[in-house]
Structure formats: C-alpha cells, structure tokens
Design a protein around this ligand. Structure first.
Ligand code: AHM
Ligand code: MG
Length: 336
C-alpha cells in the first residue's frame, strides 16, 4: 500500500530531500493541480452546469471548440498568470502564446497545455483529461517569445495529466519517476495512490484507431497485421485492442497495465506528420512514459529529441511498452 501523503507533501519531499524541484516549480505544479480540480467540478456538472456542446468557435487548427475546451483553457490561464512563477503559457486552444501581463511578476517557467483532451468524448460522458508540460526559459534575455518555447521535450522540467474518469487522477513526473494522486472529493486533497510507476516491457494490448488502417504507412500496417494474426502469426500470441479516443485515458491504461498506443502518420494528409500535437500531447506523455520505463518515438526517432519548429507542430506517436515500441520503430528502419 503506497504512503497516503498529499501532493504538497510529495512535492516538498522532492524539493527538500531529492533536490529535484525548485520552489517556483513546486508552486507551479500546485497551481496546475488546483486548476484541474476546478475543471473536474465543471466536467462533473455536465448538462446541469450547461457545459456540454460546442462553443461556436474554432481553434487555430480549424477544430470546432467545445464549451469545456474554452472553459478549461480559461481556468488554466487565470489560475497561472498571477503567481509569479511563469513567463508565458501556450495552449492547444490559443493561436499564440499568452505572456504573463505586466501587472504581475514574471517567473522563469513556461507552461504548455492541452486543456481538455479527448474533446469528442465530452458529450458522451467518457473519460477526458488535461495534459501539461513545463519548460524553463533558457538564457537571461528580457521578455519572452514563441522561440523560447521551441525546445525539445527532453528539456521538460515536469509534465503530467489529470484524467477526469470514474476517479479524478493526477499523474506527474518531475524527472524522478512517475507518481499518481487521486482526488479525495470529501477533503478536496490530492493523495498519493501510486509511485514508482513502471510499464511492463511486454504486452498483448494495442491502441490505435483501426478505422484508419487503409491509410497507414507499410511499417504500421505490418505491425498491426502481425498482432491481428494472433497465436498463429509471427508474434505467437493473441492481442487485445482498446481505443478510448482520449489520449489521457489510453496512456493512463498503459501506465497502469502496459500496452502500446499509436497515432501514426496517415496518407490522407501526407504533409502532416500526424494528428497529435508535439508540444501539448506527445512531449508530456513521452516524458511520463520514459520515466515509467517505456519508450516513445515517432517511428524514426525518440519524441523527446525532436526540436520543434513551430508551436502547434504535429507528430506521429508510438508509445508504451518498451519492446513493442522498439519493434514498430524497427519496422520503420527496415522500410526504405
Ligand atoms: P483533442 O485534443 O482535440 O481532443 O484531440 C486529440 C485526441 C486524442 O485524445 C485521441 O487519442 C485522438 O484525438 C482520437 O482521435 P480519433 O477521434 O481520430 O480516434
Ligand atoms: Mg488533445
């Protein structure tokens, strides 16, 4: 049974005993966790809080925004702008970066988030989540610009997500393993329910949107085709499939019991590397997965090594149990 300590105690331990996190970062994580609690309240109200349905607007990627996309974005921006720990924020739902206004002190951290991941699941009452990533502004130049955000994921100081499901769970890494905290609704506190999370190296479970199969590149087709052949095929075992269509929920399952998740490149949009966003989705999840002993690549290279060229960059994603990600990445290397 894990130690039932609070998120605050955990962060103080990380700061004091392990020297992993400076005070500003601790404050930042606590503020993000508090914002997630507020988002969880709105999510739970559902139709009673008039938070379902579309907002009548589009984001920078041309996707229709749901009311909860907009609400969650506002909650995160408002909660984080005045604390003095941040220089700027970037979000999947905002066209450009949001610099901390002059009336507040500026900190050295940069916060990136997908405020409400799994938007297509909001109205149907299936798990959704918030994903976040923290970078540190490099150098001592005054002011902050989009350029400051364009750092590879391996520079992340912290990353995590909150999944709004049957339980509300916050999953966090500050670079020293992965810890999970469950929201105790009676006391309003986040309590540690798992630490030292490890993803099994092998698995018999994959997650991919199978309806896109005819559009995938040959290495991904080969990998899935071999899984589908089961015991009689080259893998010699039967595979199970799960696809929630909320990356947070699929990654949460993988951190809990293993598996492999893929959202690969697809020939319908040949110029787009993939559907998911590097900075708001792939990088934080890749950091968590690697910290739990898994792997995360785009089929060719480690996701955390990719140097972004633009804020809203997209990427092909394969992550989870080490041996499976190595296998499908190897199939890409075999294909000329
Ligand atoms: P969103 O951030 O707009 O919700 O989109 C990302 C989501 C992921 O959570 C999920 O893995 C994927 O889109 C599902 O896509 P699809 O509906 O094509 O299966
Ligand atoms: Mg998303």
């Amino acid at each position: 049974m894990p130690r039932r300590i609070s998120l605050t105690q955990y962060l103080v331990e990380q700061q004091r005993e392990h020297g992993h996190i400076p005070g500003q970062l601790r404050l930042l994580i606590e503020v993000v966790a508090r914002a997630c609690k507020r988002i969880a309240i709105s999510v739970n109200k559902g139709a009673l809080g008039d938070v379902l349905g579309t907002a009548g607007s589009e984001n920078v990627q041309g996707e229709v925004q749901k009311k909860l996309d907009v609400i969650a974005n506002e909650v995160l921006v408002e909660a984080n702008e005045w604390g003095g720990h941040l220089a700027a924020m970037a979000s999947e739902e905002m066209d450009s970066i949001h610099v901390v206004p002059n009336r507040y002190p500026q900190g050295e951290y940069l916060l990136l988030f997908d405020p409400l991941d799994g938007s297509s699941n909001i109205d149907v009452n299936v798990s959704i989540g918030t994903i976040f990533s923290v970078l540190r502004k490099q150098g001592h130049t005054r002011g902050v610009s989009e350029e400051d955000f364009l750092q590879p994921g391996k520079h992340q100081a912290a990353a995590g997500y909150c999944v709004y499901g049957p339980q509300t769970t916050l999953v966090l890494t500050v670079g020293s393993g992965v810890a999970m905290f469950t929201l105790d609704r009676e006391t309003g506190s986040w309590l540690l329910t798992e630490e030292g999370v490890q993803i099994p190296e092998d698995t018999k479970e994959f997650a991919i949107n199978m309806s896109n199969m005819r559009h995938w590149a040959p290495p991904v087709k080969r990998y899935i085709d071999e899984c589908l052949q089961g015991k009689e095929g080259p893998r010699g075992k039967d595979f199970n499939m799960r696809w929630v269509a909320s990356m947070v929920a699929d990654v949460h399952r993988i951190l809990t019991r293993g598996g492999v998740f893929m959202y690969p490149w697809d020939q319908r949009e040949p110029d787009k590397p993939g559907k998911l966003r590097l900075m708001y989705e792939a990088n934080p999840m890749a950091f968590l997965v690697e910290q739990a002993g898994g792997r995360a690549t785009n089929g060719h290279e480690r996701i955390l090594d990719i140097v972004p060229k633009k804020l809203h960059e997209r990427v092909s994603v394969m992550l989870g149990s080490r041996h499976e990600v190595e296998r499908v990445t190897g199939y890409h290397a075999d294909t000329p």
